[in-house]
Design a protein around this ligand. Structure first.
Ligand SMILES: [Zn+2]
Length: 340
């Protein structure tokens, strides 16, 4: 099969890789319908996170079950499925509590490289969720978004404590931040302040439910949030970047008693104890337990109540993955969909 492999910073190649095979009896093999490039793939692409030799890339996926291991009981070949970037059994204490990304048997799906024609998914019964039928082609981008970015934006909103009537600030205008806006809107937030200085992203944020746009960053951005909230701060803040500046901005934008949901993978972030102590905010973060939200998200997409697939503004054949990465790196594209 063909798959995307990162050789060095900026060097993505689509090449022949071994076809995935059932390794454990709990595995499934899926034929990829669509996959994509994640903002977090750029950490390696930019050389900020190091790689140890040629590395298969990608952890977002949806497709048709092709083969199942002998212990898989809930899936059958031919079904269309979506799963999270972390394979989970969905039965251990962490899974039962809704934290499948901390599953005691968790396995990173990305290790298999989902930007490919096929993929081995471990713990298939726990990990994969089937749609009612094979979806229409126009629904693919939204279903694919549920695999990571939508679920991650959703978790950011839930972790920040978004509830009906509240005021939300979203730090970060990448696909996750934009879908954090969508999630906040769906969860009933009354006011959603999106922080973005890029016009096309501001437009999408408004389409997803943002009521205000703040273009300032850092201390000025915090001041704007305060100005817009009568000096109080936001009830819930979504940190969807992962830099020290974004984290600081998020902490200082929340009101006393508010919450910050952190889903940007931290790079060079440190929170000073006294600063956290004085802020009086609740902070929850981590790799999103996307599996918790998948059935609900798939249902909302299936009923066409939400269209998170709009974050894909570049749609390329898998063979052009290099251009897909470059466009996101240069911020020419919000998110690249790849079709095997
Ligand atoms: Zn588990």
């Amino acid at each position: 099969m063909r798959g995307a492999v990162l050789y060095a910073p900026g060097d993505i190649r689509v090449e022949d890789r071994d076809d995935p095979k059932i390794v454990e009896p709990t595995d499934a093999i899926i034929r990829m319908s669509a996959t994509c490039v994640c903002g977090s793939d750029l950490w390696e692409y930019r050389g900020i996170s190091e790689i140890d030799g040629p590395t298969p890339m990608g952890h977002e996926y949806c497709g048709i079950v092709e083969e199942i291991g002998e212990d898989v009981t809930t899936l059958r070949p031919g079904q269309f499925v979506i799963g999270s970037f972390i394979a989970s059994d969905n039965t251990c204490p962490h899974c039962v509590a809704g934290y499948q990304s901390a599953c005691m048997r968790r396995q990173p799906v990305g290790r298999e490289g989902a930007q490919a024609e096929a993929l081995r998914v471990a713990l298939a019964d726990g990990t994969l969720v089937a749609t009612p039928e094979v979806p229409d082609d126009d629904m693919l981008p939204s279903l694919l978004a549920a695999s990571d970015v939508l679920g991650t934006g959703w978790y950011a909103a839930v972790a920040a404590g978004v509830r009906p009537g509240c005021t939300v600030a979203v730090v970060g205008d990448g696909a996750v931040g934009l879908l954090g806006v969508l999630a906040s809107s769906q969860l009933g937030a009354e006011r959603i302040i999106a922080m973005s200085r890029h016009e096309p992203r501001q437009r999408l944020a408004r389409e997803f439910g943002a009521t205000d746009i703040v273009t300032e960053r850092g201390d000025e951005g915090v001041q704007r949030i305060k100005d817009l909230t009568g000096g109080v701060g936001a009830d819930a803040v979504l940190e969807c970047v992962g830099t020290g500046e974004a984290m600081s901005q998020a902490l200082h934008s929340a009101r006393a008693g508010g919450g910050v949901g952190v889903v940007g993978v931290p790079h060079g972030v440190s929170i000073e104890g006294r600063e956290l102590f004085r802020s009086m905010v609740r902070v929850q973060g981590g790799p999103a337990p996307v599996r918790r939200f998948l059935p609900d998200l798939i249902d909302r997409i299936w009923q066409r109540r939400i269209d998170p697939g709009k974050v894909f503004d570049l749609d390329l054949p898998l063979g052009e993955a290099a251009e897909g990465y470059a466009a996101m790196d240069e911020r020419r594209a919000i998110k690249t969909l790849l079709r095997p």
